[in-house]
Design a protein around this ligand. Structure first.
Ligand SMILES: [Zn+2]
Length: 163
């Protein structure tokens, strides 16, 4: 694949991530669904609209789920303060803020305790936050949803995330 094709693919995936996150927030805010049900419905709607395949929606949806579960471990106020929403483009981050604002209590149940599941790897998509390389402790500060690059310092591929 050429670099240009890879860039297009990244933009398409980031767009899909933000669509799923935003639609999941809408459905969740209505209050009749659990987070998992809202995410499932959002993926179904978006893939049946035809722009994205079901496989794409499932794959990207897992990144949305993983990021949201990581966010759920943090206090709502600390999270919103840390990401400084006014500095960010609209999109996934505001969707997360809306979910956290509307149901911080419910989300406590989603909190994921396993360190392993909170690992972030090169090539995956993730929302804004700080990634710390597990090998050399170098930090990357992400201000938008991106595909995770290798560590800029040691080129390893496993990170932990904070907000
Ligand atoms: Zn490193």
């Amino acid at each position: 694949m050429t670099d240009q094709n890879e860039n297009n693919k990244d933009q398409e995936d980031v767009g899909l991530y933000e669509k799923i996150a935003s639609r999941t927030a809408d459905l969740f805010e209505e209050g009749r669904k659990t987070f998992d049900e809202a995410l499932k419905k959002a993926k179904e709607e978006i893939s049946s609209a035809g722009d994205y395949s079901r496989e794409q929606a499932d794959k990207i949806g897992e990144y949305v789920r993983r990021d949201l579960k990581a966010n759920a471990n943090k206090a709502k106020d600390a999270f919103i303060k840390a990401v400084e929403p006014q500095r960010l483009a609209v999109g996934a981050q505001s969707a997360f803020s809306r979910i956290l604002s509307s149901a911080a209590g419910t989300l406590t149940d989603l909190a994921e305790k396993s360190e392993k599941l909170l690992e972030h790897k090169t090539g995956e998509l993730t929302s804004p936050g700080t990634l710390t390389c597990k090998n050399c402790d170098a930090e990357m500060h992400l201000t938008k949803t991106v595909r995770i690059p290798p560590c800029p310092k040691c080129h390893k591929t496993i990170f932990r995330k904070s907000y």
